[in-house]
Design a protein around this ligand. Structure first.
Ligand SMILES: [Zn+2]
Length: 326
């Protein structure tokens, strides 16, 4: 298929973005408008060859793009309304966006409302509270317990440095969230190894893992992912930029997909990495050598993971089928 036609089909696919952090997705154009400084049109860290040397460096580069500007619910609403425009331009129809629990001085219900309110009617937005495993444990467990009791919130995720903290501290919170029918997922297997992926499945009993790519290093863990039907919300370009993998060509998403693991493709922190979701889809073909049928299957996985009614899910799956047959 010609590149141009391929680009048109990828653009037209109704997409689900399942792994996006509010604090890593504040649109750069919006940041430039808020800042007193004359910021460049493209930050240096978007350069194709730029790499973040450590997770700490990534956090310190990101901090000035959101911390000074997201201090009121209205500011969050203003930023996400620009973000939603950018996502809709790529035909994203479903979004799971997480925010850092404890990062805002107003209640979780207000954070959720500020994120939900500007959502256009043709974009379903689910708001997820990110529990940091590397912050003060007692504070975080308290905040997470309160968050799980918040009606407006759709789900929880585990964020932060994978080498810090023990998972069992959060197992009761995950149990309560599951009992409330919330979306439950956790970051694992980005910087941590396959044993962390397996432990996360066992201790937190999630069916969604954010990243999870280190599972490729242990065939037994790959088998567990397949047996349990676990969904991995993978972000290939993020993994390259943070030096988790050397390049897109050798990224394990293809091997995981071909082994029968349910993978989705997402952007993680596009303000840091400079890519769009459409770029990630295009690279599945141009960099990883997958075919359009595979791209369609990975897009379908996004809808299989999405928290939507069966009717809505079936509608989008049909739409993808029609596009790929056309
Ligand atoms: Zn992430």
């Amino acid at each position: 298929m010609q590149t141009e036609v391929l680009g048109q089909v990828i653009q037209a696919i109704p997409k689900a973005e399942l792994h996006l952090h509010l604090e890593g997705a504040v649109p750069w154009g919006w940041v430039r408008q808020q800042s007193d400084e004359a910021l460049p049109e493209r930050p240096d860290w978007w350069d194709r060859d730029h790499r973040f040397e450590s997770f700490g460096e990534f956090v310190s580069v990101m901090h000035p793009t959101w911390r000074p500007y997201l201090n009121q619910p209205e500011e969050i609403s203003s930023a996400v309304s620009v973000l939603y425009g950018e996502l809709r331009a790529q035909n994203v129809r479903y979004l799971e966006i997480s925010f850092g629990l404890g990062a805002y001085v107003f209640p979780v219900s207000e954070v959720v409302r500020a994120i939900q309110e500007p959502a256009p009617s043709d974009l379903t937005v689910r708001v997820i509270a990110g529990i940091s495993r590397d912050r003060d444990l007692e504070t975080m467990v308290g905040l997470a317990g309160e968050a799980v009791g918040t009606d407006e919130l759709d789900g929880i995720d585990l964020h932060g440095d994978e080498s810090v903290g023990e998972l069992w501290h959060f197992s009761d919170i995950y149990l309560a969230a599951r009992e409330r029918g919330m979306i439950v997922k956790a970051h694992a297997g980005e910087l941590g190894g396959p044993e962390l992926v397996q432990e996360t499945l066992r201790v937190l009993r999630v069916n969604r893992i954010e990243h999870g790519i280190s599972a490729i290093r242990d065939p037994d863990v790959v088998q567990v992912l397949k047996d349990q039907g676990t969904i991995l919300d993978v972000c290939p370009w993020s993994n390259v930029k943070l030096k988790v993998v050397p390049d897109l060509k050798t990224h394990p998403i293809r091997t995981l997909y071909e082994a029968g693991v349910c993978v989705t493709v997402n952007t993680d922190d596009p303000t840091a990495f400079g890519q769009t979701l459409t770029d990630e889809y295009r690279w599945l073909v141009s960099e990883m050598g997958l075919g359009l049928a595979d791209v369609g299957e990975i897009a379908r996985n996004g809808w299989r993971a999405a928290d939507v009614s069966e009717e809505v899910r079936a509608g989008f799956l049909d739409e993808i089928d029609c596009l790929l047959e056309g």
